[in-house]
Design a protein around this ligand. Sequence first.
Ligand SMILES: Nc1ncnc2c1ncn2[C@@H]1O[C@H](COP(=O)(O)OP(=O)(O)O)[C@@H](O)[C@H]1O
Ligand SMILES: [Mg+2]
Length: 217
Amino acid sequence: MKGIFFITGIDTNIGKSYATGWLARELNCKGIKTITQKMIQTGNVGHSEDIDLHREIMGIPFTEEDKERITFPIVFSYPASPHLAAEIDHKPIPIEKITASSRILAGRYDVVLLEGAGGLMVPITRDYLTVDYIAEQKLPTILVTSGRLGSINHTLLSIEALEKRGIALYGVIYNSFPKSDEIIDNDTEVYLREFLKKRYPDTRFWTLPEIPLPSRE
Ligand SMILES: Nc1ncnc2c1ncn2[C@@H]1O[C@H](COP(=O)(O)OP(=O)(O)O)[C@@H](O)[C@H]1O
Ligand SMILES: [Mg+2]
């Protein structure tokens, strides 16, 4: 792996931050120098809770880039979709800041994992979607999904949205947490694996285990 990868999910709260921190840790363990970035953080002031979580999972202290806020260049206080959070804070969204930050990080690291806010169709402004940014930047994308009822539908819809815009589906991360109905969980994982094997044979499939964190017990 090399370059900037966009991490999205089938929904908000699906485990994108856990998956991003975990993949960064896995890649670093293999000697691939990896950093994470949050595209737009909402619901925080002066820090990014997602970057905090990534570092905790990666088991590293804040990096120089975190201290300079290159890894979370845009933060809004209200915990809402970026378009609304920006309006509430009366601030524009300088998209070019996101791109510039990714470039700086890509110059210093082998891999940059760029975590989006919510899913693919989340508005950045009233007439610009997350998926528009991914398409413009031509970022290979990793989709986080789960085993809960409804995930097959949301996963296939997300994959269609990527395909329609010519965005490469680099990988799918199946989050095995939380466990709900074992029969549905298992079948969802099998279904998605087989779907990808048939339709997207080059797409990787990872299973994300439950990650217990001391700070969250
Ligand atoms: N693999 C996992 N192990 C442990 N907890 C998880 C895992 N995936 C998700 N969670 C739980 O679900 C919540 C939402 O996950 P998060 O990664 O923050 O979602 P997203 O970034 O998509 O909004 C977390 O706060 C955590 O409690
Ligand atoms: Mg997150």
